[in-house]
Design a protein around this ligand. Structure first.
Ligand SMILES: NC(=O)c1ccc[n+]([C@@H]2O[C@H](COP(=O)([O-])OP(=O)(O)OC[C@H]3O[C@@H](n4cnc5c(N)ncnc54)[C@H](OP(=O)(O)O)[C@@H]3O)[C@@H](O)[C@H]2O)c1
Length: 308
């Protein structure tokens, strides 16, 4: 297939281009600046330049391009500022709301009949889901009345827009937390090297992770075999606590020991991190993706992925 990929330079974008090309697809890579063209070309894609939040510029940039499918993988997680609240103009939220709408417009221009959008397991709600496995049958878009509701709202908006769009077969990929090159593991290793605190003491629950290479492979499988209208959880089979995650990153990257702060202090300074690392506990099942997409994570655990 001819694929238009937005977010091509990101932690998942880069392995995704490689995986698409390895499976015989061709990729038009949407990047924000001409300085990223060389990244796209080295990966084997043809670059197009546009800011996804600038609808007119985006539609102009893709005019004249044909594609069978659009894949939305943009985020501004690296631009997150430490703040007490998530602002209404948070760029990652805008990329899920406005960015999705604009990319659906781009899909129409390029003639794409298939649209895959990124989503996030945290849309199931920032609370303790207990020991049971969370599946796609669980309610997505659970609001806990806290600071993280904005994130959930944006994820729900992104999914609803693509499922409600006429003229495209839509699939949402609810990824676990990313680790691997360019993702959270690199971010936290860097913070540990700089002796910066990475999270709270005793951060309670577990969360479910996925290596970016596995997330990319699942995305290609969804492009080729995903059932229109489906949302798929994409995560590994071994949820771990944040403490275990920090310890494994520290060990594998040979950093100084992780510095942590009392949970109350984190909650006060950055309530979102408190909601994510202290309040949330979820074990995700990716059984549906494994069955319908014939996808298996190559790395069944964070320990395996960091070693691999
Ligand atoms: N990271 C996680 O743990 C995680 C977990 C679940 C789901 N997700 C979702 O998966 C997707 C990919 O995440 P990631 O970790 O790969 O993010 P990333 O490494 O931060 O990459 C973000 C990508 O989006 C591009 N981008 C940002 N703003 C843009 C804009 N206005 N117009 C066009 N492109 C723009 C960036 O381009 P530049 O190079 O120009 O900045 C980059 O290519 C995201 O949608 C994210 O929400 C992430």
């Amino acid at each position: 297939m001819q694929v238009l990929l937005a977010g091509a330079t990101g932690a998942i974008g880069r392995p995704l281009i490689r995986a698409l090309i390895a499976n015989g697809h061709t990729v038009s890579a949407l990047v924000r600046t001409p300085s990223s063209h060389s990244i796209a070309r080295e990966l084997g894609a043809t670059p197009l330049t546009a800011d996804v939040l600038d609808r007119d510029a985006l539609l102009r940039a893709v005019d004249g391009t044909r594609a069978d499918a659009v894949i939305h993988q943009t985020t501004a997680l690296r631009e997150v500022k430490v703040a007490r609240r998530i602002p209404a103009d948070d760029p990652t939220g805008l990329l899920r709301t406005v960015g999705t709408a604009n990319l659906l417009g781009a899909a129409e221009v390029v003639g794409a009949r298939r649209f895959l959008t990124q989503s996030l397991i945290l849309g199931y709600g920032y609370h303790d889901h207990g020991d049971r496995l969370v599946t796609e049958r669980d309610r997505f878009g659970v609001f806990d009345g806290g600071v993280a509701d904005e994130v959930v709202r944006a994820c729900v908006s992104g999914e609803r827009q693509v499922f409600d769009a006429s003229g495209v077969d839509a699939i949402a990929l609810r990824y676990g937390l990313f680790y691997g090159p360019g993702a959270f593991s690199d971010l936290f290793a860097d913070m540990m090297r700089k002796h910066r605190p990475v999270g709270p003491w005793g951060a309670g629950g577990v969360n479910t992770w996925v290596h970016v290479d596995d997330a990319a492979a699942a995305t290609v499988a969804a492009l080729e075999r995903g059932i229109p209208g489906r949302a798929y959880n994409i995560a590994d089979d071994n949820p771990i606590t944040w403490q275990e995650f920090f310890a494994q990153v520290s060990r594998s990257r040979r950093t100084p020991r992780p510095i942590r702060l009392p949970a109350w202090m984190i909650r006060l300074a950055v309530p979102y991190i408190g909601a994510l690392m202290s309040d949330t506990s979820m074990r995700i099942s990716s059984r549906l993706a494994q069955d319908e997409l014939a996808w298996r994570p190559r790395y069944s655990s964070v320990a395996a992925g960091l070693a691999g």
